[in-house]
Structures are given as structure tokens and as C-alpha cells.
Write a protein that binds this ligand. Structure first.
Ligand code: SF4
Length: 508
């Protein structure tokens, strides 16, 4: 395991850093998704922070462990003890990188951490986070979930002003903006820098003696705050992308970091300021469809409740006579439970997922038909044989994986296969931290539902309507959602025009 060490004895030298910059990322998406490479949404990133805990690094490690589903490419933890700030990051899974020996190197009562799937910047270890920068405002470590959209302009402007970038990650832009800010206090400089960036960012930052947490003004990505009570002393304050991380720490969820809010935690306590107002909220609805864990409360609503409601609405909108409801595991499971309950059909695990398919497995050039999907999923023949199956999944991207799954269910003896998708057709890519194919590669952007149904070889196909999805996630909260990947209407002015061109055959 190659690690990048910063700010501690034996730290990585500049020569070693140059070498590390060439270390390629790994295609770990296959480990966590049943989809084949290129035929899926890639996970984003997870961030966590802890203030005032004797084992801060371990607490962040546990948080990242719970957030592993949000990114499996690299992970890092930075700690501070009031005097120094050290950072260790590596490629791979949280538990592979942070062994007992490595955790022992990370001293201090404050920590921030990050688990990453690359969205901007290449996959090399240098771009793993937290990023630690020695700036004119002192040592700063930053971990960021999301994607900035006014990146090119800002980087060029900062370089003209003399900024020297150590990484190609957009997160470093935030630190460089802080360093160049004319504001005199650090918290003012952070607020000043956040006002200059556009796009999605839920971030945690740390100096030698303070922890910061902030969300972009639209609130694209989640970020929650919690506390661990310490009898006789001040509470431990924790932040995490999802509330499921708090459960492992025995932390109590307190509230979400609000869109446009910057929170500072120091020995003086917790202070909050609103650095931006008047921007319509646009929380990512896809967090409820796919990304977040069902045991998390995201944007004020339990993901489990949203997914079950999606399944119920899907059943009301497009039910068909059948014998069995079968989820595509794992992300289709909760919606399938709601669907089956609504239409009073049996729910069965008719596809079994192998959770141990490692990313190092080399696919033998598709010599065996549909090999990649078969490696991850296997049909339960005795459940499917002779039955009319309603198959529930959360999305169709290119369509190739869906076709393989439909074929698999049919070849196991199913009489009919009806595919139901728990969200609307994905017609446009995401620019806010979710790695989607460009429009020309999204099957729903270039084909009708009937054409997609023919392509995937299903007996019928239906998607949840946008209205149905919005109702499912809004039953007891309405933060204001981004639905751009279903509508092509983006909440920011900056988007990559090349990415939203339709497939050539469809162009005028
Ligand atoms: S475009 Fe889609 S995936 Fe991206 S933030 Fe908006 S809803 Fe989420």
C-alpha cells in the first residue's frame, strides 16, 4: 500500500510526490455496483470531521467506513493537535489504508476525512483528499464533496495572480482563494472564497486549532452535524455527509449544515454565519434515488421512506399483472419493497449479488457472454421459472447492463420480464459531483421509452414520473430539489455544452 504522508516524521519527499502523481486510479466502481464499467452513475465523495475527541482519527475512520459507498477510489484523514497538522492518504478502501499502525501516526483531537470517487482532476494519489496546503493564512486541510462549475476561469485567474497549484483537484482552488483573500481573519477569508465559487460543495476544513464546515448556497450535497456528549466536559462535535456515519460513533444528529452556511468549531464553541443568501435551493434528488444509504436522513427525510414511496408510486402509475416483484440488488431493494406492498404481490430476492467481486478481477474480454454482470449477479432459478416477473431498478444509463439483467432473468425461466425504474428517464448529465456519461451516451436522451424497451428486450418498461418522484421525496419536507438530469434544466449558469449535445444521429 502506497501512502502519501504530510506534516509528520517520514513525510513524503517532493521526489516521491512526483512519482505518486503518476499512480493511476483504479476502477473500483465495479466493486460496489452491479453495472458494467461506463454504464452507471459513479458515486461521489464522502466527508467527515470531528472536533474535541481523544481519538479523533479513529472517529473519522469509522465515519468514512460508514460512508464508503460514496467513493471507493481513495481515502484520507488529516489530524491536528493545536500545533501541527498531519495528513495521510492512500488509494483504495478506507479499511485497507487505515490499519492500526497508520491510525496511530495520526495524533490530535481534531480530524477531517474524505473518501473519494474522482469527479474532477485525475485519479492519482496527489488528488486524493484531504488536501493540505501551507498558505499565507497558515496550514489548511480541506475535504470536499461536489463539483465546482466555474473552475476554468478561477484557476486561470489565480495562476495569473501567482498561485502555485499542487494538485489538479478543484478543492485546492478553494484554499488558494482563501490564501489570496484580502480579508484579515481566516473565517472572513473562507466566507469570501466561498462566495466566489459556483457549483456543488459540501466541505470540511481544518487548521491547527479549528474545524469548519460549509455547504454551497443551493445545498446540492448533504452535510449534517452531530454531537457526542462528554460528561463533565464540552461535547465532541462531528460532521458527516450522511447521518449513517453518526450511528457508528454513537453521535446524536443535531441538524443539517444549511445551504450557504459556514460553521466554525473552536475551543470557544460553535459559531455559524450565513455567507450567501437569496439563491434558490437545489438539493440533489438523486441522493434519495440512489446515492445515500437508506439508513441516512438526508435533506430532512429518511432515504428509506423516500425509496419505499417511490416504489409505491411506481406501482400506482404503471402496474402490470405479474406473479413476483424482484429487485435488482442492492439499490433497487427498498423501492421494490414499496412496489410489492402497494400492489400486494410477493417480494423475492430472485437475483443474488456477489459482494466480493474485487476490482482486480480481469474480465476475459467478454469471451463468456454477459460475463461481467454474471460475475456480480446470479438468478435464483427456482423462484423465477415459469413466473411473470416485475424487475425493479433505480436507473437505466446506457442500457447495456439492463439488457443483460433482463436476459439473465429470462434465461432462468421467467415467462415475462417487466422492468420498472424508480425514477424518470435520465436525459442529461450531472455537473454537480455525480459522474454521468455525456448526453450522447445516455440511452433515454436519444430514444423513446418504447425504443429502450426493445433494446433491453423487456416485455414492458416504465419509469416513475417526475411528479411521482418529487411527491415521493417531499412527503414531509421540501428543501427545493435539483432534477436537472431528468429535465436538462440546470440550476447554475455554467455547464459544459459539449456534454449536453445529443447523439449525432439525433442532431438536426
Ligand atoms: S443533475 Fe441529477 S445527479 Fe446532478 S445534482 Fe442534479 S439531480 Fe443530482
Amino acid at each position: 500500500m502506497t501512502l502519501l504522508l504530510e506534516g509528520m516524521p517520514g513525510a513524503t519527499t517532493p521526489e516521491q510526490r512526483a512519482e505518486l502523481a503518476t499512480i493511476a486510479g483504479t476502477n473500483s466502481a465495479s466493486r460496489y455496483s452491479v453495472r458494467e464499467p461506463g454504464d452507471g452513475f459513479h458515486d461521489e465523495c464522502g466527508v467527515a470531521a470531528v472536533f474535541n475527541h481523544p481519538e479523533a482519527a479513529r472517529q473519522v475512520f469509522l465515519s468514512l467506513y460508514a460512508l464508503q459507498h460514496r467513493g471507493q477510489e481513495s481515502a484520507g484523514i488529516a489530524t491536528a493537535d493545536g500545533h501541527s497538522l498531519q495528513n495521510i492518504k492512500g488509494m483504495g478502501l478506507v479499511s485497507d489504508i487505515f490499519t492500526e499502525d497508520v491510525l496511530h501516526k495520526l495524533k490530535g483531537e481534531m480530524a477531517i476525512g474524505h473518501t473519494r470517487y474522482s469527479t474532477t482532476g485525475d485519479s492519482a494519489l496527489l488528488n486524493a483528499q484531504p488536501i493540505r496546503v501551507d498558505s499565507t493564512k497558515g496550514l489548511i486541510a480541506i475535504a470536499h464533496n461536489g463539483n465546482l462549475v466555474n473552475l476554468g476561469n478561477l484557476r486561470a485567474k489565480l495562476e495569473r495572480q501567482g498561485a502555485f497549484f499542487q494538485t489538479t483537484s478543484d478543492s485546492e482552488i478553494i484554499v488558494q482563494l482563501i490564501a489570496q483573500s484580502r480579508e484579515t481573519t481566516l473565517v472572513d477569508a473562507i466566507a469570501d472564497s466561498l462566495r466566489q465559487i459556483d457549483g456543488a460543495f459540501s466541505l470540511v476544513m481544518m487548521t491547527r486549532d479549528r474545524v469548519f464546515a460549509a455547504r454551497d448556497p443551493r445545498g446540492f450535497r448533504p452535510l449534517s452535524m452531530g454531537r457526542i456528549a462528554n460528561p463533565g466536559g464540552p461535547d465532541t462535535v462531528v460532521f458527516a455527509s450522511e447521518t449513517c456515519a453518526f450511528d457508528l460513533l454513537h453521535a446524536r444528529y443535531e441538524r443539517d449544515v444549511e445551504p450557504g452556511e459556514l460553521i466554525m468549531v473552536s475551543d470557544e464553541g460553535v459559531t455559524s454565519r450565513t455567507y450567501a443568501t437569496g439563491v434558490p435551493r437545489a438539493s440533489c434528488i438523486f441522493e434519495h434515488v440512489y446515492f445515500s444509504r437508506p439508513d441516512s436522513k438526508v435533506f430532512g427525510r429518511w432515504v428509506q421512506d423516500s425509496r419505499e414511496a417511490m416504489g409505491r408510486r411506481l406501482a400506482r402509475e404503471s402496474h402490470v399483472e405479474a406473479d413476483l416483484v424482484v429487485p435488482v440488488p442492492d439499490s433497487g431493494v427498498t423501492a421494490a419493497i414499496g412496489y410489492a406492498d402497494e400492489c400486494k404481490l410477493p417480494f423475492r430476492f430472485g437475483l443474488i449479488r456477489n459482494h466480493y467481486v474485487g476490482r482486480t478481477f480481469i474480465e476475459p474480454e467478454q469471451k463468456v457472454r454477459d460475463f461481467g454482470v454474471r460475475l456480480k449477479l446470479n438468478p435464483v432459478r427456482n423462484l423465477l421459472e415459469g413466473k411473470r416477473i416485475i424487475l425493479i431498478d433505480d436507473s437505466i444509463i446506457r442500457g447495456t447492463t439492463s439488457r443483460k439483467i433482463v436476459r439473465m432473468v429470462r434465461s432462468a425461466g421467467a415467462k415475462e420480464v417487466h422492468l420498472r425504474i424508480s425514477c424518470p428517464p435520465t436525459v442529461s448529465p450531472c455537473f454537480y459531483g455525480v459522474d454521468t456519461p455525456s448526453k450522447r451516451d445516455l440511452i433515454a436522451a436519444n430514444n423513446t421509452v418504447d425504443e429502450i424497451c426493445d433494446f433491453i428486450e423487456a416485455d414492458s418498461l416504465a419509469y416513475l414520473s417526475l411528479d411521482g418522484l418529487e411527491h415521493a421525496v417531499r412527503e414531509d419536507t421540501d428543501p427545493g430539489f435539483c432534477v436537472a438530469c431528468y429535465t436538462g434544466v440546470y440550476p447554475t449558469a455554467w455547464v459544459d455544452v459539449d456534454e449536453i449535445l445529443p447523439a449525432p444521429a439525433m442532431r438536426a
